[in-house]
Design a protein around this ligand. Sequence first.
Ligand SMILES: N[C@@H](CCC(=O)N[C@@H](CS)C(=O)NCC(=O)O)C(=O)O
Length: 208
Amino acid sequence: MIELFYANTPNGRKISIMLEEIGFEYKITEIDLSKGDQFNPNFREISPLSKIPAIIDHKNKISFFQSGAILIYLAELSGKFYDFDNRNLINQWLMAQMGDIGPMLGQHHQFHHYNSGKSKFGEERYFNIAKRLYKDLDEHLSNSNFLAGKNYSIADIATFPWIARHNWHDIGLKKFENLSRWYEKISQREAVINGYDCLNTGEKIPQI
Ligand SMILES: N[C@@H](CCC(=O)N[C@@H](CS)C(=O)NCC(=O)O)C(=O)O
């Protein structure tokens, strides 16, 4: 049994989608970020930077923080979406998500979506970086079915929930043919639909 410490954010959804994909039994413990649950000392014992997602694998008596590390752990445990022979490429795209795509789109959310009008410099900077990421991902996906080659992997699972915020980005996902194709294909997976709405609130994946 995996316990997932979760909030409805792209980083949280990476793990709920993965758990649905591998069909593991899991339960969700919600962390209300707006109320500061992440600073609870019990939670900080498993997530020292006070961030979701985190997991406890109760059977194997081990906990993890950092979504990339959690995805690798679950992939190795299940033997899915982390093809050993392709792991170097998968690792690169997973790290691209962890180090670039997530943090940069996260800043774009802060300046453009939540706090527009507060900093012209911040808005412009992260809007431009977000546009460049769309362009670069689109270009990459013109030669590749999925981020790390022909097979769906944990790199796609990590990246998808960020692109699922495309309405907030105001870049126009539709204009990016290859990224749109990738997005639509992943949106149709049953595990992705279920993992996206793991709290069963009826939330739908935003369509293009
Ligand atoms: N690099 C971390 C990022 C996690 C992260 O930024 N989580 C956010 C929600 S999406 C959070 O818990 N923020 C609460 C806080 O910083 O107080 C990961 O991939 O797990």
